[in-house]
Design a protein around this ligand. Sequence first.
Ligand code: F0G
Length: 455
Amino acid sequence: PKTLIEPFRIKSVEPIRMTTAAERARLLEEARLNVFKLRAEDVLIDWLTDSGTGAMSARQWGAIMEGDESYAGARSFFRLEKVIQDITGMQYFVPTHQGRAAEKVLFTAVCKQGDLVPNNCHFDTTRGNLEYLGVEALDLVEAVGLQPATIAPFKGNIDLARAEEVLKKEGQRIPFGMLTVTNNTGGGQPVSMANIRAYAQLLKKYGKPFIMDVCRFAENAMFIKMREPGYENTSIKAIAQEMFSYADGATMSAKKDGMVNIGGFIVLRSDEWLDEVRSDLIMMEGFPTYGGMAGRDLEALAVGLEEGLDEDYLRYRLRTAEYLGEKLDAAGVGFVRPTGGHAVYIDAKSVLPNMSVEHYPAWALCNALYLEGGIRGVEIGSVMFGKRLQDGSETYHSMELVRLAFPRRMYTQSHFDYAAEVIAEVRQKADHIRGVKIIKQPKFLRHFTCECAWV
Ligand code: F0G
């Protein structure tokens, strides 16, 4: 049989509240045509994010009962520390409540105003945390990583030639180099082991530490196993260990490949920055043996990190995105190719070629998916990245994408079949999809709270 089944069975369920098209039309109006303002229970399939939204396993729920909630020196800290030391090969583990807190603590300890940090692509919070400290966040992904229709195995790779140029010219401003695996902002695309190794060597040549953003390191490791010659027979854990072996430190949002609903950490190879990091941690998050997490959450993560490296799970996980991609292809809907690890990014311009960018085609498509089938995705286009200027004019983003990000171990194949049907139907009715105008918006991050009206 060819079907790749979900490698789990379901022990506990959460009902989905069914809604009608008429109800959804009313609910979306009440939400001012902004899906962020919907109540989650009014959504049938919630693909807003894969972050912290997945299902925990029976083993994780069991581990939760073992949580040691002692303020200092809790058993749960040492249990998780051992798991993290084993996977990363790094000695110093610093727990935080989620990924952006790990970034904030590390950057505050290490960066200063006027610095520059190169990366393939910084995630929004990484960029935000750096820019807040007056640090320039420079994206250096290879050119192919910005071409949605071009198929290549490792579109998350950093451009090594440009990275070297920057290291040569701006060396004194660079506290460390970063690399995000997988590259979320660039479509959830993986980075090859060869690229990780070469970038590490380059940073070493210029005397710079190497910090990885490893939210989706297990998905990246699976892509390496499937696509990079020489790794076909290597275990996922060994691939992950090799990835980490090139780095001097990492920041992690455990809400992704840690398979938990909350959590994150910093891990460091040397103790050079440790005192500074831990004193910032105490100010911002908590005592070093719990950081921003409860003891029970440390336990769930210790189990989740191991489950996230399971090969059958990862094969099914990556296949899920690919499967939806095949169905979209058959329906003539464009998307970022190849599909990434955690999400499918629909190219809204392929569905709405005649809609002017002033009417926000990706936002319009996002709304249409909710109206037609109760699916919630997220716009990655000109509402998210465009700006209204002083004179009332607007800047627009180069791409109009709708990201459908998949919570881990949560939705079954029939949910994906249903979603594919909804998307195909929306495409059929594309001529009737209405664009929007923004009638109220805040100064920053307007997509979260803006209010819209139909045009
Ligand atoms: N780095 C990357 C690559 C991410 O994708 C995220 C979160 C973070 C850091 C921050 O982690 O949310 O735990 O503070 N990405 C989520 C998303 C929010 O929807 O892509 P966090």
